[in-house]
Design a protein around this ligand. Structure first.
Ligand SMILES: Cc1cc2nc3c(=O)[nH]c(=O)nc-3n(C[C@H](O)[C@H](O)[C@H](O)COP(=O)(O)OP(=O)(O)OC[C@H]3O[C@@H](n4cnc5c(N)ncnc54)[C@H](O)[C@@H]3O)c2cc1C
Length: 383
């Protein structure tokens, strides 16, 4: 046997797993020239590692599957682990932990810790098979054998950083089912009625987006192709098709408006360009508050529940994550091992678990890796 454990992919989940496993017990195979490419670009270059507010409610997928991993390696446990490596993430946006200056701080730690394993970069896994208790991992350079294989190859988002569907192909080869995938944490393209959004490209405003019963609060960024920004990315997790409702004026007190001598473009708490664009749409002049008629007030109040159907999303090339993935009904929640194939495990984004915006996806990548590491290093004499 060439290897005890082969880890497919060299991203966040793989590197945490490799760090936790005993020395020389695993081989990482990564198609990129470098490990952890996505970590470097994450969180605007500062990597939002985790979140003070942790719980299964921040995840899409089967919450009973997510729970044990989050419990065994919680955000506190992750922060303690990082502290032991001298990384003290800083709290930003109230509850989100980021690297102080650069995502490289986290990557460097993971690289240092995982150096104890064998690493093959620039090597693409093509398929995996199993015969007589041995896994055969075929790459574009060779075929390796192993006792166990961990598929940590992520999802389909950001193909320019190495994303591929290999994890799903391997899962299907072993008769696992895949929950339909879609781009997540991604901007929306718009239909003709909202083409005026594009003229506001680069402007951001605070909103609350309502999709079903879910509220997504934060910035909405008007973009060249449609809309983006934290609230929109978060909302994309819950959208399949149909309408979304945007409150462009959350908490605005309409009573004060009719008494004000200010013009609407100064009065409404949105960037002036945004207010003016909406006034054109609503066919209301940029007049002072005291001159607003009841009918105009009614029209303006529609900005509290501006409803429209996005045309689609910006797609996998811009999506931060992939919704859907390997069906978690067929994977053991305590160990991340396949219920169908002994020794085959899945960790991170390849699984049908998706976190909301705010550091939840790295937390999942790390927590699932921890559960898997615990299982792979178990004392085999234990029951
Ligand atoms: C722009 C951007 C910003 C983000 N910001 C954040 C953030 O701030 N906080 C947060 O929690 N999440 C963030 N995410 C999401 C987060 O990066 C992912 O959820 C996380 O990296 C998933 O970890 P993973 O190890 O499962 O997969 P990945 O990190 O995607 O790693 C999978 C690896 O497998 C490799 N691979 C794929 N196919 C093959 C193959 N055939 N052979 C060999 N190797 C292969 C890939 O090259 C890749 O390196 C962001 C994502 C993006 C794209």
């Amino acid at each position: 046997m060439d290897n005890k454990i082969i880890i497919i992919g060299g991203g966040a989940s793989a590197l945490m797993l490799a760090s936790l496993l005993p020395k020389n017990s695993a081989t990482i195979i990564e198609s990129n020239a470098k490990l952890g490419a996505k970590i470097l670009v994450s969180g605007g270059g500062k990597c939002n590692i985790t979140n003070e507010l942790m719980g299964t409610q921040y995840f899409l997928g089967d919450k009973t599957f997510v729970q044990p991993a989050l419990k065994s390696f919680s955000e506190r446990a992750l922060l303690r682990w990082l502290e032991r490596q001298n990384l003290m993430p800083v709290l930003r946006k109230e509850t989100q932990y980021f690297c102080k200056d650069s995502a490289k701080e986290l990557l460097d730690i993971l690289l240092k810790e995982s150096k104890k394993q064998k690493v093959f970069v620039n090597e693409k896994v093509l398929d995996v098979s199993k015969r007589d208790e041995v896994f055969y991992v075929k790459t574009d350079k060779r075929t390796l054998t192993a006792d166990a294989v961990v598929v940590a190859s992520g999802g389909l988002s950001f193909p320019k950083l190495g994303a591929s569907g290999i994890g799903y192909d391997i899962a299907e080869h072993f008769r696992h089912s895949i929950v339909k995938t879609a781009p997540g944490l991604v901007g929306f393209t718009v239909q003709k009625d909202q083409f005026f959004f594009k003229e506001l490209s680069g402007v951001s405003t605070e909103v609350v987006i309502k999709i079903g019963e879910t509220l997504c609060k934060g910035g909405l960024l008007f973009a060249h192709k449609g809309i983006s920004g934290p609230a929109v990315l978060d909302a994309s997790l819950y959208w399949e098709k149909g309408k979304i409702e945007v409150d462009f004026l959350p908490n605005f007190s309409w009573e004060s408006l009719k008494k004000s001598k200010k013009q609407l473009s100064s009065l409404l708490p949105m960037p002036k360009r945004v207010t003016k664009a909406f006034l054109v749409q609503l066919k209301i002049d940029d007049k002072i508050g005291t001159k607003i008629t009841e009918d105009e007030l009614l029209l303006l109040r529609t900005l509290n529940h501006y409803s429209f159907a996005p045309a689609g999303t910006f797609g996998y090339s811009k999506a931060e994550v992939t919704k859907g993935g390997v069906n978690t009904d067929e994977v053991d929640a305590l160990t991340m091992m396949s219920k169908k194939v002994e020794g085959l495990c899945f960790t991170g984004e390849v699984l049908d678990v998706t976190g909301r915006l705010g550091g939840y996806n790295f937390q999942w990548a790390f927590s699932s890796a921890y559960s898997c590491a615990k299982f792979l290093t178990r004392d085999k004499n234990e029951n």
